[in-house]
Design a protein around this ligand. Sequence first.
Ligand SMILES: *Cc1c(COP(=O)(O)O)cnc(C)c1O
Length: 355
Amino acid sequence: MKKHNFSAGPSILPREVIEKTAQAVLDFNESGLSILEISHRSKGFEAVIAEARDLFKELLNIPEGYSVLFLGGGASMQFCMIPFNFFENKAAYLNTGVWANKAMKEAKGFGEVVEVASSKEAVYNYIPKGYTIPSDADYFHITTNNTIYGTEILTDMDSPVPLIADMSSDIFSRPLDVSKYSMIYGGAQKNLAPAGVTFVIVKDEMLGKVSRYIPTMLNYKTHIADGSMFNTPPVLPIYSALETLRWLKANGGLVEMEKRNIAKAELLYNAIDNSKMFVGTANKEDRSRMNVCFVMKPEYKELEASFLKFATEAGMDGIKGHRSVGGFRASIYNAMPIESVQALIDCMHEFEKQN
Ligand SMILES: *Cc1c(COP(=O)(O)O)cnc(C)c1O
């Protein structure tokens, strides 16, 4: 039976990326060696990381004056690296969910943290608006896509202070105006590569301004100086990331990705909005194009477990919602074909007919 992978993360990758990664594990560039057993300082791997860096710059149209890094530690490591490198007196955070909170928690160890707004009281089902960002903050931190709650900030906002964005789950889903951000980062395992590598895009002029000692491994300058090779980088996930970046380029880049992502999200949200049984959980104007969260209407609530079983038996994998929202979550990242979204909708219709 065909499986449709709606997992939130690690999540679906283009089949081609998985096959090319498998090939590189068996025989990297017809070298007779596996990518798993060659030096990260070999010519072959140097070319991989250089091309990955170049494709980041090309696909995202990154202006001069920014560095692209491939690090370990996950997005979660960035929650502390950010304050280590940028926090002097005060930092501002937008509280849009679990990941935003985890980022904020680390910053609190460094000084005054201003939570400019929060949607906690509504289980984070919307993106707060109309807040004021303190003009004396060292930076303002946002989470552009809230993977758990299915809300997303789809515009590149203006900020009076340096803007830092966790884009773990929506990087490469649309064209960005990188010049609006001082830093963009994320774990690769949602929309780019297998787990193990974290990407960081950082504006060089932001660095070297804090007065504290920054541990060597946590200092962005270390990794910029050594081209992400200060220590052994996560070689295999970087290789897969390169294959995804090549795939993105060959498939029309981010303009085309955005078009596809809008089409997929509209198809699924329309089906949910027109359903007698299902209802979306996120505020309509803040709906994520990556993670579609929905539950059963109160009168059908007791059917949730049986729909999950029904859908799973029909090949829909990973649609169980996060425990804090309940119901269902269909993650429809770049690699998800629209045919799989339609398969989920057909499955929902069939279940409605039978019940
Ligand atoms: C998954 C996720 C994280 C955590 O990433 P790790 O690489 O596991 O640390 C952080 N932020 C967002 C928005 C996520 O979706």
